[in-house]
Design a protein around this ligand. Structure first.
Ligand SMILES: [Zn+2]
Length: 139
């Protein structure tokens, strides 16, 4: 028989509190810090702030950290282009060659347009699932 008593307050104190996954995603869609929801991620169109202006969460934790955002960007672009191909070719009956040519342009433009959101979502997902890094403020 175990003498341990489950104390939820003790468990909460052991790990830094983190917002629910939905909250992190909403903050990511708003291009805000996933930890506090206050600080802006971007200083301009492309340039990111190094840290959150409110809670000082470091955004780019290491060189190449945002490579994961490429997966999000690629996934969204390829999935949406596949859906558009099916919609325009099989549902609406457009010429397949014309649809493919239009989607080539789509696949060049959309990744640029969603670049900021892909980075923001990558940061939000990582901050939610990597609780050790999530609570760290050093370096
Ligand atoms: Zn913050």
């Amino acid at each position: 028989m175990s003498d341990e008593i489950h104390d939820p307050q003790h468990d909460a104190a052991a790990e830094p509190s983190r917002p629910p996954f939905e909250t992190c995603l909403k903050r990511g869609l708003r291009l805000r810090c996933p930890r506090c929801g206050q600080g802006k991620l971007f200083a301009g169109t492309v340039k990111m702030h190094e840290r959150c202006s409110h809670c000082h969460l470091k955004y780019e934790r290491d060189h190449g950290y945002f490579l994961g955002a490429i997966y999000i960007n690629y996934g969204l672009t390829s999935f949406s282009s596949a859906l558009l191909f099916v919609l325009f070719t099989f549902v609406l009956g457009y010429n397949r060659t014309h649809v493919i040519l239009a989607l080539l342009g789509y696949c060049c433009i959309v990744p640029v347009l969603i670049h900021r959101f892909a980075r923001s979502m990558w940061l939000a997902i990582d901050c939610h699932f990597d609780s050790e890094e999530f609570g760290r403020d050093d370096d």
